[in-house]
Design a protein around this ligand. Structure first.
Ligand code: CP3
Length: 330
């Protein structure tokens, strides 16, 4: 970290559409194409750090990159998200995921990381999608409000579900290990849609595979962050998956979230991203409320509760970074 001695701060989606320089670098390419070009990845990852003193950078890439590299027909549609050409509905569909060894099939990711760590003044966070969230995109064919096909399949076709989750967790583990080997100083496992599950279903159908990934990184000795949206009721279970840090969205007050993960856990979050859309005064007020709930405890990483929204004025984020640093300086 920037050796702030206070609370470190970075933002999910800190590189992206709210920055005019990102839109310019992107041109007409989609995230998957951009991710395959290490020089572009370096440029886009560095862009937000030229505007503010975040304590970490997150690699510019996408959770769908390994599946695309393994031959799955996936594209990212603007304003929609990942769309899978031929959604997975039957066990035979598994054969459409080709071999995936990150260093071999997505070499551009480690290459970008090797270039980045030479230039970065702060640690780089690598990441992967967690199996439940990736399975949902494969099965639904795109973003879904209720994940109905995914949940039906996980309950009615246990052997297909287990094989799919086994495969997705192997891929994520390979991808995260190779990112750390290339120089990533921390990793985040994004289980963005896990909050669609009740705690019992989460424990049975998702947690074992996320735990397998997180435990498979233990020997690398890097901090592991485990994040999902709408996971208020899942926090104790997520803590059991083994990460040092649990990321929480804005729906759970930070102090309540802390009680749920228990002492000794660290928390990342959790300002509502919409709080940054308007006046600085409103953003500041809500950010101070988050810091108040964190109560100066060590182990708080300040972040938004989900990614930066495209309409966010960049200056609000710059002021937010300074505010967190000033108010938590020790
Ligand atoms: O956080 C970062 O700055 C790193 C880059 C990053 C991207 N995607 C770039 C991106 C990360 C960490 C991701 C992870 C990701 N991708 C997740 C997990 C985090 C989360 O938001 O819950 C998910 C669910 C995805 C799938 C995905 N890819 C979505 C939902 C979208 C947005 C679609 C839209 O247009 O609203 C994408 C596209 C995407 N990934 C963009 C970026 C910067 C926008 C692409 C563009 O239009 O330029």
């Amino acid at each position: 970290m920037n050796q702030t001695d206070g609370t470190p701060v970075w933002f999910m989606r800190q590189a992206g559409r709210y920055l005019p320089e990102y839109l310019e670098a992107r041109g007409s390419r989609d995230v998957l194409a951009l991710s395959r070009d290490p020089e572009v990845v370096v440029e886009i990852t560095l862009q937000p750090l030229r505007r503010f003193d975040a304590d970490a950078a997150i690699l510019f890439s996408d959770i769908m990159v390994p599946l695309a590299a393994a031959g799955v027909d996936v594209r990212i549609e603007p304003g929609v998200g990942p769309v899978v050409g031929d959604p997975f509905r039957a066990p035979d569909d598994l054969s459409r995921i080709g071999p995936f060894d990150s260093a071999e099939h997505a070499p551009y990711v480690s290459e970008a990381i090797r270039l980045l760590v030479k230039e970065l003044p702060v640690p780089l966070i690598g990441f992967a999608g967690a199996p439940f969230t990736l399975a949902s995109y494969l099965i639904e064919g795109g973003p879904s409000r209720d994940h109905r096909r995914t949940k039906r399949l996980m309950r009615d076709e246990p052997s297909f579900w287990v094989r799919l989750m086994d495969r997705l967790s192997e891929m994520a583990l390979s991808h995260l290990r190779s990112q750390v080997e290339a120089g990533a100083a921390a990793v985040q496992l994004f289980d963005s849609w896990a909050g669609a599950l009740d705690p019992e279903s989460y424990r049975r159908h998702a947690l074992p595979w996320s735990r397998r990934i997180l435990e498979g990184l233990a020997d690398l000795d890097v901090p592991r962050i485990h994040f999902g949206v709408g996971t208020g009721e899942l926090l104790p279970a997520m803590r059991e998956a083994g990460a040092e840090v649990v990321g929480v969205d804005w729906r759970v007050p930070l102090d309540v979230a802390w009680e749920r993960i228990g002492d000794g856990g660290a928390i990342q979050g959790n300002l509502d991203p919409t709080a940054c859309l308007g006046s600085w005064e409103a953003c500041e007020r809500e950010a101070l409320a988050v810091l108040e709930r964190a109560g100066g405890r060590p182990g708080h990483i300040f972040n938004l509760g989900h990614g930066v929204l495209p309409e966010t004025p960049p200056d609000n984020l710059a002021r937010l970074v300074d505010l967190v640093h000033e108010r938590t300086a020790r």
